[in-house]
Design a protein around this ligand. Structure first.
Ligand SMILES: C[C@H](O)[C@H](O)[C@H]1CNC2=NC(N)=NC(=O)C2=N1
Length: 115
């Protein structure tokens, strides 16, 4: 464990397995700052990152966007003055896949490097 951020996303289709509750409880400690939310009956991972101004928030948003393109797995990003809300889930399965936990870990790493 502790290596989620080094993993790559698998190509995901509607047949890909959603993580089970048991897997969620194993993976969540690696990204403990994220909350598991439920929206429209779909589980999602969400975290708010704080910044000193809009420009830093936008800069972080763009870095997450680049990594999303590299991994072909894409978040919802809400950029505001001094904060970015990042939400990961897998549209193809309307819920959480291991990919979402990998991307959350990568997001944490990018945030740590952006400080
Ligand atoms: C074909 C392409 O890989 C898929 O449409 C990808 C793109 N990015 C994606 N991102 C996310 N978060 N969920 C998906 O199901 C998804 N599907």
């Amino acid at each position: 464990m502790g290596n989620l951020k080094q993993q790559k996303c698998d190509a995901c289709t509607g047949d890909s397995p959603a993580v089970t509750e048991e897997e969620i409880s194993k993976l969540h400690p690696e990204i403990s700052e994220w909350s598991v939310k439920e929206e429209n009956g779909e589980k999602r991972l969400e975290r708010v990152f704080k910044f000193s101004d809009f420009k830093s928030a936008l800069n972080f948003t763009n870095k997450i966007g680049e990594e999303a393109e590299n991994q072909e797995h894409h978040p919802a990003l809400l950029t505001e003055y001094g904060k970015v809300t990042v939400t990961w889930w897998t549209h193809a399965i309307q819920g959480l896949h291991r990919n979402d936990f990998i991307m959350a870990a990568k997001t944490d790493e990018i945030a740590a490097k952006s400080k």
